[in-house]
Unconditional design. Sequence first.
Lengths: 178, 158, 183
Amino acid sequence: MSAVKRAQQWATFARTWHIFDCKWQDPYESANVIKKYLMGLHKPIYHPMNDCGDVVVCINSREIALRGDEWRQRAYFHHTGYPGGATWTLAWELHNKDPTMIIKKAVYRAMKGNLQRRHTMERLFIYPGEVIPEEVKQNITNQIRQIRLVPTRLDHIPEEEVQKYPKVMDYPEDYVLK
Amino acid sequence: MVFLTISNLIRVRGPDEFWRKRRIFRLAAHFVGRRRNCYSVAVRNVHRALVYATKARKLKKQDMKDLWNTRISAACEQHNITAFTLKEGLDRSNIMLDRKSLSDLASWEPRTFECLAAIAKQKLQLDGFIDTVDKKYPTGVNLNLKDVMLEAWLKEKK
Amino acid sequence: MSNSNLFLKSGFVRAPLQNGVGRYVCQLQRIVLKFCKSHGGSRGLRDFIEQDLVDFASNNPGVVVYLKPRRHRSPVVVAEYLNGDRVWMNMHNKTHSEITKWIEVLRTQQGDIASTRLRKYQYTDYPSVQGPWTPFTFKDPKLNVAELPNEEFGANNRLPMSATEQLRIMFEKQTLDVKPQEE
């Protein structure tokens, strides 16, 4: 193999580091997107037996959003293997204990259960906040687009802008706000 | 050897026993352990392997098709279109490329694929065909409804 | 891994060291003709030896030709090649013309190609004109200087416009329309 061809191969199979902001994202929807990048399904050279998966760094995993009542309804099952060792942890409990766990489990479950899955998961980094270690941060060259728009809270918008925003109507004087 | 009884005759499976077994052992040569050395085990596994081989001839084609589909949709994604858009657009512009050549183009000749993607998108826009999956543009923008429907709308008001 | 290539090795359609481009090196190095002097099965090979063998040897000075007479055995041709391949071919009851053609095949082929499974029916040294795809091929150059994570690259840009946004734009258009009339 000539030097040019070797460099060509390095370029084609280069690993890209992606960053994904989990803020206000549904972990189960975003798991499908993250999975695609982890497994290399976003590359036209994809093959299940070539090592073309990328690295994904997830930040803000503490601020994920579950649908509807799922924080209270969804239970995560674990069995220690001993009799009576079954536990059911609710999503909010799990999230309080480890804010990276829900997104991790979601990505793990989104992938097909084969020998490759655990190795692929090694390429996923999850951080609860915005702080990333410097040695991870310096590798990042791409950002994965979020699925939903992050809503801005009204109390985070400056007062002047709120005042300037066009109104359809004003409440009548004698209208009692709840 | 002289066979005096019927019971001995049952044992005889013909003069070609060696060759018959050898044929099976040849097919079992790449198996491991007793599967390649003991005939009774080998023959079972050879039959199983042949069945697998028969089924795999069809499965291989399906697998390749799936792989090409994955690659094409991955390639389409980076040009902001869906695989459906590409297929529909190329069909309408009479570009008859199959999955294999499209995926080959995507990885070996990426610039050609980029042009194909652009052609497909342009053709659909010309035809006024909206791909509902691509939500980048609000539905109906490419239809130029204003130009087409304006007169009709004006008439209605009168 | 499967050992399905235990007996049949696989390969590509390829000439060794670009043989035939610019110069040609005969890949056949040695050929042994084994035959019987009396048996009828060797008749074709005997004819070939009587009529064509001297011409064959003088035309191909690079090929070593051996004759091996042996009593009452089938005629056989063994060819050995530059890459170490050895092709054994039975010539029993073959006619003179058949043997001439087979010897021609043995002379011109580049090795034991009959026992190679072709992985593909085509081969090229230059598979790509534009250069193969890389992760950097269609990358937005803005990403090179961007500080990630960044709202511009992270937010979904493929969503339809929200109702609030549409209302705001309508309002702004209205104000634009109204202003010139006032002036």
